[in-house]
Design a protein around this ligand. Structure first.
Ligand SMILES: [Fe+2]
Ligand SMILES: [Fe+2]
Length: 273
């Protein structure tokens, strides 16, 4: 697993506000998200990741910082299969200085997805297997009382219809008897996400969580209850990426210790051993 786009730079690699992870299994080249801008492909080149032989593209949700290079990826890989929630295609807005600004999937990315042959675009809200050992979470039930989407998100520029980000998906990877969860922004909440992952694989132990946890706007109560829940999981590794928030990430690290590290572009994890 290799991080191609993240907010923190790796050695001789670039960073951006975005997220993309490449997962190579024994048979399949999978891309989870595409980052925001040019950093994604520049880093892939530097790291020797071949963006022209991808088999699957999975989109975590329809925000611009995860879907910025969809058109490029599809152009490189005309036969690629894309898995995403149907709501990835919606227009979406955030609020800056009291005004709406677009934060949804870029027009070029939406057009590229819609131009795919129908049998290559898998729009689904259901948990399903992608390839050997790799699974699409489907809709993540929101069961905790203390987690929310992590921001002021809307579906219209009049800021009337709240965006629940119900397209927020994660990638579940089973390696041996262990489970790794990869999140994009984790707008469903990390406790909801790991709870769902463990319910999908009741006989497999949770090993690693990697991705953005979107705790940067979290209340003190949410942060404390999240830390408490994560501490119960007996994780081997927790890799904080993208939109986790630096103060919040530090609080998680103080509480959970050495299992916690900061993700960055170029970080590679090998689960074959
Ligand atoms: Fe994000
Ligand atoms: Fe997001």
């Amino acid at each position: 697993m290799t991080i191609l786009s993240d907010n923190l730079p790796g050695d001789k690699l670039q960073s951006e506000h975005g997220f993309a992870v490449h997962v190579q299994t024994s048979s399949t080249s999978v891309l989870f998200d595409t980052g925001q801008g040019a950093v994604f492909s520049a880093n892939a080149r530097s790291l020797g990741i071949d963006l022209e032989s991808l088999d699957l593209l999975v989109l975590s949700h329809g925000h611009y910082d995860h879907t910025g290079n969809v058109a490029q990826v599809l152009a490189y890989n005309p036969g690629i299969h894309v898995h995403c929630h149907p709501a990835v295609l919606l227009s979406r807005y955030g609020v800056r200085h009291g005004k709406a600004f677009p934060i949804g999937i870029p027009d070029a990315s939406r057009a590229a997805l819609l131009s795919l042959p129908a049998d290559q675009l898998h729009r689904s809200a259901q948990f399903h297997r992608l390839t050997e050992g790799v699974y699409f979470s489907g809709t993540i039930p929101r069961v905790t009382s203390f987690e929310d989407t992590g921001g002021n998100f809307f579906l219209d520029s009049t800021l009337f219809h709240q965006d629940t980000l119900h397209d927020d998906m994660a990638l579940y990877i089973v390696h041996g008897d262990a489970l790794t969860v990869v999140t994009g922004c984790c707008h469903s909440g990390i406790v909801n996400t790991v709870t769902h992952a463990m319910s999908c694989f009741p006989n497999v132990r949770l090993h690693t969580v990697l991705g953005g946890l979107h705790l940067l706007n979290a209340s003190q109560e949410r942060l404390e209850r999240t830390i408490h829940a994560l501490a119960q999981l007996n994780l081997t590794a927790l890799v904080l990426c993208h939109c986790t928030g630096s103060a919040q990430g530090n609080a998680v690290k103080r509480a959970l210790g050495d299992i916690v590290s900061l993700g960055h572009t170029g970080l590679q994890l090998d689960f074959t051993a």
